[in-house]
Ligand binder design. Structure first.
Ligand code: SF4
Ligand code: SF4
Ligand code: FES
Length: 479
């Protein structure tokens, strides 16, 4: 691999060493200097439209104002930030003042409050008082079809625009940074969002009669720097500062997208992408986020192993253990101690093509660890040989829910024990069902489809306090 180049530049009259193959926002970040920005996003092409990231850079006409996101680093360059240049501080402040002139005073009811770049930049720039005269008031310039007057007779509009099955738009809060447009164009590869009209009347919209509807459309709510695009599944459910977050890995797919799990009081409210340039960059599919939709419903909380222990003791014939794709390396190692059993792994679900964004297409997330442990991941073989076995133990393998038809052959195995997180068909189809932690609540190791070893960290949900991980239950069953 090529070593990243390092160059020496002068920042605020001090020499520093920074990466040489990037722009000034990233270079300054590497030496601990945050540059306020709005339209720049490290995983999108630069558009340079918000003018928030102003710095001064030396050139033939001396130090001139320029935007940091579009200025590449060059050896020996001189840079001034707001720390040494009143001109930079003034320019950044002026940009904010323009952006805020007609921005609604929505922060108390805005879902983005607490993680809004506009709020953060305003505080960083010194939180100046408004010079807007109350007689003039806020003026709405968005889509004329959404125009209205509020109770004070002020010209408002663009509130709660339903632009798709999962996303709501608030036009007044949009700062026309075009991040959402660039995401749909360059990452999703499907230009469903556009900036319509010109100048102060620019507004985000879909094509006439069309909706924003794409398997990655919820990413636009992550990257929208303000509360213009919000996710219907999270809207008004929790203030973001009341949430704690756990960094973990999605076991929904074998790419193992890196995620944040946001929770409060034992309840998970949302999953968001955690940037990993080697794995999923800043992106996460809707499917991976949907895992939390029913995480607290229909949970199986039976922790009593006595009946299962009795069945295992009485079994004289062959035992098959199926380990699901979300089992960690530690779960697998704990079950492998049952040397009287034959092991199978995975799922009957088909492996799809990688989408090139944040999914490998393989629903057996930890296939690499299952295969490393010498486990046969061809469940078709177990179906064919089902008549050979007396007892089937499924572990986080909800086969009767995922693929009931294919699982049907396994009904030939007379005794069945399910270790599962939900009181689902797999649990109902087994003589004994024991509750286990969901992978979102589990600690352990997975190896992703690129061979990268990644660690899971469990979220302390209210259910996780009542049931154990599959690895702990394996130890108790093994005695
Ligand atoms: S987008 Fe940001 S600044 Fe605007 S109302 Fe929401 S939190 Fe406040
Ligand atoms: S909706 Fe959000 S991401 Fe899109 S242009 Fe407006 S502010 Fe930017
Ligand atoms: S962040 Fe540089 S112009 Fe917007």
């Amino acid at each position: 691999m090529k070593e990243p180049s390092v160059v020496t530049i002068t920042v605020d009259n001090k020499e520093v060493q920074v990466p040489g193959d990037t722009n000034l926002i990233e270079a300054l970040k590497a030496v601990g200097l945050e540059t306020p920005h709005l339209c720049y996003h490290p995983d999108l092409p630069v558009s340079g439209n918000c003018r928030q990231c102003m710095v001064e850079v030396d050139g033939p006409r001396g130090m001139v104002l320029t935007i940091g996101c579009y200025t590449p680093v060059r050896p020996g360059m001189k840079v001034a930030t707001s720390a040494s240049s009143p001109k930079v501080a003034e320019a950044r402040k002026a940009v904010l003042e323009f952006l805020l002139v007609n921005h609604p005073l929505d922060c108390p009811i805005c879902d983005k409050a607490g993680e809004c770049l506009l709020q953060e930049n305003y505080m960083m720039a010194g939180a100046s008082d408004s010079r807007l005269s109350p007689e003039i008031g806020k003026q709405y310039h968005g889509n004329p079809e959404h125009s209205s007057s509020d109770s004070k007779g002020q010209h408002r509009g663009g509130k709660r625009v339903d632009i798709g099955p999962r996303i709501v738009l608030d036009e007044e809060r949009c700062i026309q940074c075009s991040r959402c447009v660039r995401f749909m164009r360059h990452v999703a590869g499907d230009e469903q969002l556009q900036l319509a009209s010109r100048g102060g009347h620019s507004h985000i919209t879909t094509f006439p009669g069309e909706k924003l509807d794409h398997p990655y459309d919820r990413c636009v709510t992550d990257i929208c720097p303000v509360g213009a695009l919000t996710d219907k599944s999270f809207r008004f459910r929790k203030r973001v500062w009341a949430l704690s977050r756990i960094p973990t890995v999605s076991m929904d797919d074998s790419l193992g997208a890196n995620i944040w799990v946001d929770y409060a009081d034992g309840i998970i409210y949302r999953i968001m992408p955690r940037c990993n340039p080697e794995v999923n960059k800043s992106w996460l599919s809707n499917a991976a986020r949907d895992v939390v939709q029913n995480i607290h419903e229909n949970r199986l909380l039976n922790n009593d192993l006595s009946a299962a222990l009795q069945i295992i003791k009485e079994t004289k014939g062959k035992i098959a253990i199926v380990l699901g794709g979300s089992c960690t390396a530690e779960d697998i190692a704990a079950f492998k101690k049952f040397n009287i059993a034959e092991f199978f792994g995975g799922s009957f679900l088909p492996v799809q093509k990688a989408d090139g964004i944040a999914r490998s297409g393989d629903p057996v997330a930890n296939r690499a660890c299952l295969e490393k442990a010498g486990i046969n991941t061809n469940l078709g073989e177990l179906s064919k040989r089902a008549g050979e076995f007396e007892l089937l133990i499924t572990v986080a393998a909800d086969l009767w829910d995922e693929t009931p038809e294919e699982a049907g052959d396994l009904n030939k195995i007379p005794k069945r024990i399910a270790l599962t997180s939900f009181n689902n068909n797999t649990a109902k189809n087994s003589a004994i069902a024991i509750g286990i932690r969901h992978w979102l609540e589990n600690f352990g190791t997975m190896i992703n489809s690129k061979g990268l070893e990644q660690k899971l960290q469990g979220t302390p949900t209210k259910e996780a306090a009542l049931v154990d991980s599959a690895a702990i239950i394996a130890g108790r069953l093994h005695g």
